[in-house]
Design a protein. Structure first.
Length: 98
């Protein structure tokens, strides 16, 4: 019985982490969109070619940073899914045995 309680607690912890990750991903997306909007405005106003190129590089860096965060988020979700699957399997086996 203690094993079942332990597994349920672990599942609860992981589910809370998943929710936290989703909120951070949503926030990152809003920040990303605002940064891109700001850079696009600067690009429109840019007069000098060097300034324009620098702004385009900044824009690309923002995109790269966002894509990296998305990749890390994807990998975290894969890991969480794998861990949850394993815990649910163990919980199921313990429930059947008892």
């Amino acid at each position: 019985m203690d094993s079942i309680i332990f597994l349920k607690e672990e599942i609860s912890k992981i589910e809370k982490q998943r929710l936290k990750n989703e909120k951070e991903t949503d926030r990152d997306e809003v920040v990303f969109k605002q940064k891109i909007k700001n850079i696009n405005e600067k690009i429109k106003k840019a007069c000098l070619k060097t300034t324009l190129n620098e702004l385009k590089q900044q824009k690309q860096q923002i995109k790269d940073d966002y894509n990296f965060k998305e990749y890390i988020s994807y990998k975290c979700e894969q890991n969480i899914g794998s861990r949850l699957g394993s815990l649910y399997d163990r919980l199921h086996k313990l429930s059947i045995d008892e």
